[in-house]
Write a new protein. Structure first.
Length: 145
C-alpha cells in the first residue's frame, strides 16, 4: 500500500473559496456560506477552512460565539467526502478548539445528527459527550429549486 502525505493549513474561509466548496452541501448551503463569512467579519463567528497547499478547502466548519454566553458552538463541520477518515475532521475540530481558546473561552459544544454515526464517533473520540437532545430543522432545496 502506498502512503500519500498531504500538507494542510487552516485559515478563515473567504468568498474566493466558495466556488470550490460544492462538496460541502447543496447549492443553497454553499450560497448561504456568504452570510457565514459576513458574520465572521462582524466577529460573531469564526468560519474555518482546512486547505491543501494550493489553497483549496477540503474541510470547513464554523464556531458561533452567540449561541450561549461563554461557549464556542461548533457547527456546519464537514470534510470532503473523498477525504473522510483521513484525520482532517480531527484537524478541523482541534483547530476550532484552539480558536475558541484564543478568544479566552474554555468551553466548546457541538451538535450532531443521530443519523450520522461516523461524526458522532469522531466527536466522542475527541472527548465530546452527549448531554441533551434538541429538535433542529433547516431548509432543503429540491432538485427543481
Amino acid at each position: 500500500m502506498s502512503e500519500i502525505r498531504l500538507h494542510l493549513s487552516v485559515r478563515d474561509l473567504t468568498d474566493a473559496d466558495l466556488p470550490s466548496c460544492g462538496w460541502a452541501g447543496s447549492p443553497k448551503h454553499v450560497r448561504e456560506l456568504v452570510h457565514r463569512i459576513r458574520r465572521a467579519e462582524a466577529g460573531e463567528v469564526d468560519y474555518l477552512a482546512v486547505c491543501t497547499p494550493l489553497g483549496l478547502p477540503v474541510a470547513v466548519g464554523g464556531i458561533d460565539y452567540t449561541v450561549e454566553p461563554g461557549v464556542g458552538t461548533l457547527w456546519q463541520l464537514g470534510v470532503h467526502p473523498a477525504l473522510q477518515s483521513c484525520g482532517i475532521g480531527t484537524l478541523l475540530v482541534r483547530s476550532a478548539e484552539q480558536r475558541i481558546s484564543t478568544t479566552g473561552l474554555t468551553r466548546a459544544e457541538l451538535g450532531v445528527e443521530e443519523s450520522n454515526p461516523r461524526a458522532r464517533a469522531l466527536y466522542e473520540r475527541l472527548g465530546y459527550r452527549a448531554f441533551g437532545r434538541e429538535l433542529e430543522s433547516w431548509d432543503v432545496e429540491a432538485e427543481d429549486g
